[in-house]
Design a protein around this ligand. Structure first.
Ligand code: PA5
Length: 524
């Protein structure tokens, strides 16, 4: 690795406290020039998107997350007003909660339970972890982000005796997501069991006139905040979805928005070598042959950024993982993303990265500021932070020596601004990459298909339960029940459904047999 190549490909945006180093992706000298026509088309497509074009053709929607941090860019005055009204509502609500003007049944709100999933949870979770501080947080955040009963119980246990001081945010753009509906019903039941009125502790963030919106309205919840159809779930962190929980926690959301806006300005540049999102997209394209041939390992050397890998996993994989391109041609695009944090992961999977199968490139995130305050010297002249950097630089070198490429993002510090920048940077890199490979980054047909498949399984469960409960004590094997229901193709699913029901005191008893086909199930 030459110093020359590093200086040539190190983009330092001083005003942002941000740098991008692409020198350890081994693209040839003429690569950027050869991609310039495609990159200019991507810039043009992005300009159209920001201008309000229907950039999500399958859902016939505009894509407006960039307007959230600069409302003046929104294509209509109604949208501009909607954005600024929403920000004003968040500010006023937060002030009322923090001042104690808006209280729970047993006092000032101290906890906030967020019920949401996917794009309605991952951003809030990342930001809460990156910018929160248990000593300073005004409200402590908790999450129901799954329909796992035990997960729900675990969260409720942490809130035991505190629900009267807990504000619950139910977040769902569609307002009909099953996991979130279930979480809300479980939360409602918990408040009821504690003798509390849920509606006086609940806020909905959802699309206008969704099921959730209608429910919140009819039950008189504290308030409802909007999710617009022109903001996608995974790009909604800087809408009410992410801003309200963060503001309640005590995070300065104006600084997050300012950070994102500053990165938006930098990534609007049509000068490719000065545009970090364009460079990222081009590196992804080069490293993965434009077909996702390699995975992206995200390694932030900073505990606070640990959930960024998870957040990015959704942003990148749900956006880029598509079966067809915009012309309807089968492409099976995507880039697999995984990661956690360094140096911790050096004691886990980095062994394979260094010496095993070569199917990845790394995105390192380096943070210059170690901590607020002085550091202990754990050895003469050396602090824990020095070790952290030593492990990052050492791992990067060791990987590179073995031909494993990497990108490094350098942040001055983890702050609301830099978190906003990271979100904006990757949102736009995903958009550019989608243009380079000609796909729609803004829909998620696979997610919708999963929701339909789950509904079909539940319908099968109800049919099975009705049949067994109609004849208590009558034993069926899974094949017999499938035949009785005329669902022979679903025998395996039926076996698994009944097996789980029997394990959960649902009045179904299993009599296991060595041959699983002979295992019988009956209603008690
Ligand atoms: O990014 C997306 O669109 C999805 O991950 C959604 O956020 C997720 O499915 C949850 O949907 P909703 O907010 O409608 O409940």
């Amino acid at each position: 690795m030459s110093w020359n190549r590093f200086t040539q490909h190190y983009l330092h945006l001083e005003a942002l406290g941000f740098a991008l180093d692409i020198s350890r992706i081994d693209f040839p000298d003429d690569y950027l020039a050869s991609m310039e026509p495609q990159m200019q088309s991507a810039f043009a497509a992005m300009a159209e998107l920001e201008g309000g074009a229907i950039a999500n053709p399958d859902e016939n929607r505009a894509v407006g997350h960039y307007w959230l941090r600069d409302a003046a860019l929104a294509p209509s005055s109604e949208m501009q007003t909607a954005i600024s009204d929403c920000l004003a509502a968040i500010a006023s609500l937060t002030a009322r909660v923090h001042s104690g003007e808006l209280q729970g049944a047993t006092g000032t709100f101290e906890h906030c339970l967020v019920v949401g999933i996917g794009g309605s949870a991952l951003g809030p979770q990342f930001v809460a972890d990156a910018l929160g501080c248990p000593k300073r947080d005004k409200l402590k955040l908790h999450f129901f982000d799954n329909t796992d009963p035990d997960g729900i119980d675990r969260t409720l246990a942490a809130l035991e005796g505190q629900l009267g001081k807990t504000l619950t945010l139910v977040i769902s753009k569609s307002g009909g997501t099953a996991e979130t509906r279930n979480g809300m019903l479980e939360a409602q039941a918990a408040y009821r069991a504690a003798g509390l009125d849920f509606s006086q502790h609940a806020i909905a963030i959802t699309g206008a006139d969704s099921k959730l919106d209608a429910l919140a309205k009819s039950e008189g919840w504290i308030t409802r905040l909007p999710m617009w159809d022109w903001v996608g779930g995974r790009t909604s962190e800087l809408a009410a979805v992410g801003l309200l929980p963060a503001a309640l926690q005590g995070i300065e959301i104006d600084r997050m928005l300012a950070g994102a806006a500053s990165m938006d300005v930098a990534t609007r540049s049509t000068e490719t070598t000065r545009n970090p999102a364009a460079l990222l997209a081009l590196m992804w394209y080069y490293a993965t042959d434009g077909i996702g041939a390699k995975d992206m390992v995200v390694l932030p050397y900073k505990d606070r950024l640990m959930l960024f890998s998870k957040y990015l996993q959704q942003l990148v994989m749900e956006s880029l993982g598509k079966a067809e391109d915009l012309d309807g041609k089968p492409v099976q695009q995507g880039i697999a993303v995984y990661g956690n944090k360094g140096s911790t992961d050096q004691h886990a999977y980095v062994q394979q990265l260094r010496e095993g199968v070569h199917n990845f490139f790394v995105t390192f995130i380096e943070v210059l500021k170690d901590r607020s305050g002085a550091s202990l010297e754990v050895e003469p002249h050396i602090t824990t932070g020095d070790y952290l950097q030593g492990f990052y630089l050492g791992t990067r070198d060791a990987l590179y020596e073995k031909g494993r490429e990497s990108i490094t993002l350098t942040l001055d510090e983890v702050s609301p601004e830099s978190v906003g920048q990271l979100i904006a940077l990757f949102e736009r890199a995903v958009g550019f990459y989608a243009s380079l490979v000609n796909i729609n980054a803004y829909h998620q047909p696979g997610v919708e298909a999963g929701k339909k498949a789950a509904a079909a399984v539940l319908e099968l469960e109800v049919a099975a339960l009705q049949m067994l409960r109609a004849e208590p004590g009558k034993a069926y094997t899974a094949p017999q029940l499938a035949e009785a229901l005329g669902r022979q193709n679903d025998t395996e699913s039926l076996f698994k459904i009944l097996n789980r029901l029997a394990a959960n005191s649902r009045n179904i008893t299993a009599k296991p047999a060595t041959d699983i086909a002979a295992t019988t199930f009956q209603a008690d």
